[in-house]
Design a protein around this ligand. Structure first.
Ligand code: G3P
Length: 229
């Protein structure tokens, strides 16, 4: 985990048109500019087809949105760790609520990422699943209650007790695992609230990607991080 700096603002581009193809590169450049101006770690997770162009353009950490628990060979249509690593990704999201996996697959992917010296960010839907996931020794657990995703209702303000419970349970199981939270984060105060609850950052999508002025929101998020330090 010394490959990325925390706190971290990790932006999942999902499959939003505003963050696809050339737009993915443009948004990543904005993230890089704000990160360089403020010193706050901003990372991005573009779609698979955009990984290489983003990684070739910016120097901020770039994550894949998903990989499959496969080895090189005959797995047509799957995502191979080695291909995203060679494209320049330093880690991957795992088990996003829009790309759920079986427990055995989550464990296999965490092991693959560890062996490849890549960073694993496992998404979880509640505190109990976060606790169980921490036992698999990922680098990062990111709590994202699915019912809040894309709503603009921030998990850090509407469900603070779930966030604090997750932070405590993950820390108890494995203090080396970093906890993030996401879902509905759209304002600097949502980011500050997440950090005050004990997380080390946020996983965000629509609040940045769909914003009229993403740079302004990036800046607001970065200032919120700085204000809690
Ligand atoms: O992975 C981030 C995510 O699912 C949260 O989405 O749009 O609520 O920030 P959003």
């Amino acid at each position: 985990m010394n490959r990325i700096k925390i706190p971290i603002i990790l932006v999942n581009f999902k499959t939003y048109a505003e963050a696809t193809g050339k737009n993915a590169v443009r948004l990543s450049k904005t993230a890089e500019e704000v990160s360089q101006e403020t010193g706050v770690n901003i990372s991005v997770a573009p779609q698979l087809a955009d990984l290489k162009s983003v990684c070739d353009t910016v120097s901020i950490p770039v994550f894949a949105q998903h990989i499959d628990p496969i080895l090189p060979g005959s797995s047509t249509g799957h995502v191979l760790l080695e291909s995203v690593k060679e494209a320049g990704a330093i880690g991957t999201l795992i088990n996003h609520s829009e790309r759920r996996l079986k427990l055995s697959a989550i464990e296999a992917i965490i092991t693959r990422t560890r062996d490849a010296n890549m960073i694993s960010v496992v998404c979880t839907n509640n505190a109990a699943v976060s606790e169980a996931t921490a036992a698999l020794k990922p680098d990062i657990v990111s709590l994202e209650p699915p019912e809040l995703i894309g709503t603009g209702i921030p998990v850090s303000k509407s469900r603070p007790e779930v966030v604090t419970e997750t932070v405590a349970l993950v820390r108890h199981v494995n203090p080396c695992v970093v906890t993030l939270c996401g879902a509905g984060i759209t304002k600097g105060e949502d980011v500050a609230a997440a950090l005050k609850l004990g997380t080390k950052g946020v996983l965000v999508a629509s609040g940045i990607v769909k914003a009229k002025d993403p740079r302004k929101v990036f800046m607001e998020f970065a200032e919120a991080v700085l204000s809690t330090e």
